[in-house]
Design a protein around this ligand. Structure first.
Ligand code: NDP
Ligand code: 13P
Ligand code: ZN
Length: 360
């Protein structure tokens, strides 16, 4: 999962454990897309934009962005389909002459724009049309490969422009997945604390506190979020940005990615395309919270309230695949110690999966 062997990236000029890179302008609210020209002006982003968007999201945001910017700069549009490394290479050629990059779409589009801008050494503006995970403002990108997705180091966007009117109109499942990704911060932090106590791994108290507070705000607001209004989108988008900032403070995804994320990454290999990232992480978090001795029923009930899956069946996978993913999780990014490295056997993994079906 470390992205070793992948043809990337421009040479790092700094040590992420010492430098914090954060977005500079963050706009979240109704019709914020209209502010994009002012954001480009404010940041002095130049006269030629590479606009990376998706097949569906082009009509939702991409075309509007192109016309909003037409008086200000030249816009070259690139449509993302698979978001693969090959496509990234093509986008880099298409955008070689651009001064900056805009990614307008879901997570696949944003991550493509993040990597392309990083490799071209250009600034990048994130315009999420959905809130399905916290990659919208983070420095990490997850790119699909034939062997499963790879999680790559990149840079955070210089600006995030999230129009809540657009995000609220996206399929509800996407926002529920974003909430589940945030709720899984609870177990990511427990895993980080465990690795600190057992192995002396360095922790960042600021990153932990921000990540935990973000999860608390989402859980406290599950009632409002489940109403699927523009206010729901506003709460969740702020949480996703905040979680991305926690990762930037930490210099890694540790405050938002522990054993529950390894479970999700393993599922991406074993059963690709069955469920969304955040949905898988949410189910993983119920199980790892149980192993930590925490209130796993509370995690499960919070996920239910926002309409996220809580069982393998609801993820569209069979129970044995979930068991396999729990066991395979420890082979993913093995340097990141989590509760799943504490001697989980096949029998205990099966018990964990059965527990998910317990009646309330
Ligand atoms: N960086 C990180 O930390 C992480 C990155 N990821 C990556 O993110 C990707 C998944 O992101 P995710 O957002 O879940 O899914 P996608 O970006 O794949 O989007 C899912 C679908 O929803 C469509 N869509 C997006 N916004 C809207 C909208 N407003 N209305 C209607 N349809 C919309 C997309 O259209 P279109 O066809 O236009 O794209 C696409 O068809 C994967 O590539 C994964 O590897 C996952 C987790 C973490
Ligand atoms: O999804 C993430 C945080 O929510 C990023 O985690 P990874 O570094 O495990 O890809
Ligand atoms: Zn995640």
């Amino acid at each position: 999962m470390g992205g070793e062997g992948i043809k990337v990236l421009r040479e790092k000029v700094f040590d992420k454990s010492k430098w914090m890179q954060l977005p500079r302008d963050v706009l979240i609210g109704h019709n914020m897309l209209d502010e994009l020209p002012s954001v480009c002006q404010d940041l002095g982003l130049g006269r030629h934009a590479l606009l990376i968007t998706g097949e569906r999201t082009r009509a939702i945001a991409g075309d509007r962005i192109a016309s909003l910017l037409e008086d200000r700069c030249e816009v070259t549009t690139f449509i993302v389909r698979a978001g693969s490394l090959d496509e990234i290479a093509v986008a880099e050629e298409v955008g070689a002459g651009a001064d900056f990059v805009i990614g307008a779409g879901g997570g696949r589009v944003i991550d493509t724009a993040k990597i392309v801008s990083y490799n071209l050494d250009r600034q990048f503006v994130s315009v999420p049309t959905a809130g399905a995970h916290d990659g919208i403002a983070s420095a990490r990108a997850s790119i699909p490969t034939p062997e499963g997705s790879v999680s790559l180091d990149a840079h955070p966007p210089i600006a995030v422009v999230a129009d809540t009117a657009i995000v609220a109109a996206a399929p509800p499942r996407l926002l529920a997945a974003g909430c589940a990704d945030i709720i899984s911060n609870y177990t990511a932090i427990l895993d980080w604390e465990l690795a600190h106590r057992l192995r002396g791994d360095a922790v960042s108290e600021y990153a932990m506190a921000l990540s935990k507070m973000t999860a608390e705000i989402v859980v406290k607001n599950t009632g409002v979020i489940s109403a699927r209004t523009e206010e729901s989108a506003w709460i969740v988008m702020k949480a996703l940005v905040s979680s991305g900032v926690a990762m930037s403070i930490a210099g890694s995804s540790r405050p938002a990615s522990g054993g529950e994320h390894k479970f999700s990454h393993a599922l991406d290999r074993l059963a690709p395309g069955k469920a969304l990232h955040g949905e898988q992480c949410g189910v993983g978090a119920i199980m790892t919270m149980y192993l930590h001795g925490g209130d796993w029923r509370w995690i499960r009930d919070s996920l239910k309230r926002i309409g996220a899956p809580t069982t393998p069946a609801e993820l569209g996978i069979d129970d044995e695949t979930a068991v396999e993913a729990l066991l395979e999780a420890r082979t993913i990014r093995p340097e990141r110690f989590t509760i799943l490295d504490m001697g989980l056997s096949r029998e205990s993994a099966r018990r964990l999966v059965r527990m998910l079906y317990e009646k309330e």
